[in-house]
Design a protein around this ligand. Structure first.
Ligand code: G3H
Length: 318
């Protein structure tokens, strides 16, 4: 996989309130484009296997449950390092394949690090995930502890009330503080788009987080009533494109929550390719946050290789 050697990490560029306040979103246009993507076959059959392999490479293989245990997370990590059965790997001509990262709660960083031994990034959800309603001091400390424990990626949740009350300065300041607390760890800003009411708020929150130095913008925690959707994704990736045109910084995109089928994954890859180009179809700029997607992709690849499906339970569950 080619990596862009000129890649320079996003840094805070200052809050341009005039720009943020001027943002408008055409909801109908976003819905129409989403509907046209859903209606057509996104990738021709012969390329589908390659696209599904790329989707695997971009998964943040996730377990974020209250009943997570070290044992479950260790299995998740072993699956992340060997996401496909060896017979499928051989049939597809693959020798190496991993997911993009694993994504876990702070308390699970240690068991994850024990299995991964630095071979894959550990993303930790942070800042009082999923609601984000602790003191700023507590949230900053949580980030610092997760970085110290071995997370190289931190998925923060924004304070939704800053968006809902239009307090863009407060959102900007908190994001700058999170980015700073992360140090060399990359920070993904979870907007919790299902809580933000309008696509205009999604666009504005995307811009403010990018202006404050977010490495990725991410849709959802997986715990909101509505999680990743295509219309929301169109708004966010177009913000990423325009931010790149204005600043030269390439910000990553992570749809998360409810992405559980190979078909949905292909739609998100298509959005990335058509709106941002091939350069963004790499793990340093694109992740899919998902707990169960890998099972369906594995089934589809098995079908591609053998011509028949096996039951989902036959594929190792993390
Ligand atoms: O960030 C990732 C999400 O929490 C995963 O959501 P999911 O369990 O619906 O795939």
């Amino acid at each position: 996989m080619t990596q862009n050697l000129d890649f320079k990490r996003n840094t805070a560029v200052g809050l341009d309130l005039g720009w943020v306040n001027s943002l408008k979103v055409n909801r109908n246009a976003a819905d129409r484009r989403a509907a046209s993507l859903a209606a057509r076959r996104t990738v021709k059959k012969e390329y589908q296997a390659a696209w599904l392999v790329r989707a695997i490479q971009c998964i943040d293989l996730t377990s974020l449950s209250g009943d997570d245990t070290p044992g479950r997370v260790e299995r998740l990590c072993r699956k992340a390092m060997r996401p496909l059965r060896s017979d499928l790997m051989a049939a597809l001509g693959l020798t190496e394949l991993t997911t993009g990262a694993v994504c876990v709660y702070h308390e699970m960083i240690k068991p994850a690090a024990h299995v991964l031994q630095g071979r894959l990034p550990i993303a930790a959800v942070s800042t009082a995930f999923p609601a984000g309603l602790s003191s700023l001091e507590t949230k900053i400390r949580e980030i610092e502890l997760s970085v110290a424990a071995g997370a190289s990626e931190i998925d923060i949740v924004i304070t939704r009330q800053h968006v809902l009350t239009g307090n863009w300065q407060a959102l900007y300041d908190e994001m700058v503080a999170y980015r700073q607390a992360c140090g060399d760890a990359h920070v993904k800003a979870i907007l919790a788009t299902g809580d933000l009411v309008t696509l205009e708020n999604v666009a504005k929150a995307s811009w403010v987080c990018m202006m404050a130095g977010a490495d990725f913008i991410k849709t959802s925690t997986g715990k909101e009533g509505v999680n990743a959707t295509i219309p929301v994704s169109l708004v966010m990736v177009r913000a990423i494109r325009e931010y790149y045109e204005r600043t030269g910084f390439m910000v990553g995109y992570k749809p998360a929550g409810g992405v559980s089928t190979a078909k949905a994954a292909l739609q998100y890859l298509t959005v990335m390719k058509e709106e941002l180009g091939n350069e963004w179809l790499q793990p340093h700029l694109f992740r899919i946050g998902a707990s169960s997607l890998l099972t369906d992709i594995e089934r589809q690849l098995e079908h591609y290789v053998t011509g028949s499906y096996s039951a989902a339970h036959r594929h190792a569950q993390p």
